[in-house]
Design a protein around this ligand. Structure first.
Ligand code: PPS
Length: 310
């Protein structure tokens, strides 16, 4: 079933703001910091039943998830922009471990209601992905972004998303991120864990920097992975519509449909800079040295490499 943009919107549950919606505290599942609401529903999340034709888009937070979601949705809908505007990113692709409020449908509820084939989102570390995804041999697209730009983007996201844990100052957040004491845990363990998994499962591992450098080349990889073939003019349209400036103006992709009590874009827009190398505007020289030496240790022994600038 494919709803027209209007009927899909009419069927969408309105996102209500509740007075007890406040910045979340963190709990832990197997040592990974997750929101207390995710921890409280963990048994259900772990028992989630994936289907063989589910596609999972996975990432560490702020790595280009929304961008990848838009690229995938446009491919799945043959470049039909109206169909891709049927609902916000948040409603098009259920976020399996997310619980906004106890009275609102969870990511799992949305996934369960959704007809197949479903495209789902997660920021979970590979070892926390519900086992049915592996049992069903689902396709997974993982997108990774260099640690420094991810940190900067995550800091600003904590400032503007008023349900995220309190970020503290830039210096505080920097320390927490390096120590892996932030929501979804250590960036280092996340990217390395998924990198190892890609050789054992149907995982397409993409890099934000590569998509930025050459979107055509990377979108072609996604097309091939999804076993789709599109005419050149459709591909050109997808490249155009998934550019940063175009997505920034797309209310169905830029998270402006969220109430300002949850995401306050006047503090920092969700579509903030969309650049590679913005970390240079944030890191002090001392922070950069400290980060680099710690990075070397944490990333020793992996074949995974990142570009911090283009
Ligand atoms: S989330 O909340 O974890 O799902 O965020 P996520 O979508 O992974 O990452 C948000 C960052 O990705 C940038 N973005 C883009 N960059 C380039 N091109 C396009 N089309 C695009 N769409 C989103 C977004 O601006 C966030 O990065 P920063 O550095 O904060 O700008």
């Amino acid at each position: 079933m494919c709803l027209s943009p209007v009927s899909a919107l009419e069927n969408m549950e309105e996102l209500k703001v509740h007075s007890d919606m406040t910045r979340t505290e963190l709990g832990e599942v197997e040592g990974i910091p997750l929101t207390t609401m995710t921890c409280d529903t963990w048994d259900k999340i772990w028992a989630f039943q994936a289907k063989p034709d589910d596609l999972l888009i996975a990432s560490y937070a702020k790595s280009g998830t929304t961008w990848t979601q838009e690229i995938v949705d446009m491919i799945q809908h043959d470049g039909d922009t109206e169909r891709c505007k049927r609902a916000s990113t948040y409603d098009r692709h259920p976020f399996i471990e997310w619980v906004l409020h106890k009275t609102l449908p969870t990511g799992l509820d949305k996934a369960e209601e959704m007809p197949s084939p479903r495209t789902l989102k997660t920021h979970l570390s590979v070892q926390l992905v519900p086992p049915s995804f592996w049992e069903q041999n689902c396709k997974i697209i993982y997108v990774a972004r260099n640690a420094k730009d991810c940190l900067v983007s995550y800091y600003h996201f904590h400032r503007m998303n008023l349900l995220m844990p309190e970020p503290g100052t830039w210096d505080d957040f920097f320390e927490k991120y390096v120590a892996g004491k932030v929501l979804w845990g250590s960036w280092y363990d996340h990217v390395k864990g998924w990198w190892e998994a890609k050789d054992k499962h149907r995982i397409l591992y993409l890099f934000y920097e590569d998509i930025k450098e050459n979107p055509r080349r990377e979108i072609l990889k996604v097309l091939q992975f999804l076993e789709k073939d599109l005419e050149k003019k459709v591909l050109d349209k997808i490249i155009h519509c998934t550019q940063f400036e175009v997505m920034k103006d797309n209310p169905m992709a830029n998270y402006t449909s969220f109430p300002t009590e949850i995401m306050d874009h006047s503090i920092s827009p969700f579509m903030r800079k969309g650049a590679v190398g913005d970390w240079k505007n944030h890191f002090t020289v001392a922070q950069n040295e400290k980060f680099d030496s710690d990075y070397k240790q944490k990333m020793a022994g992996t074949s995974l490499t990142f570009r911090m600038e283009l």
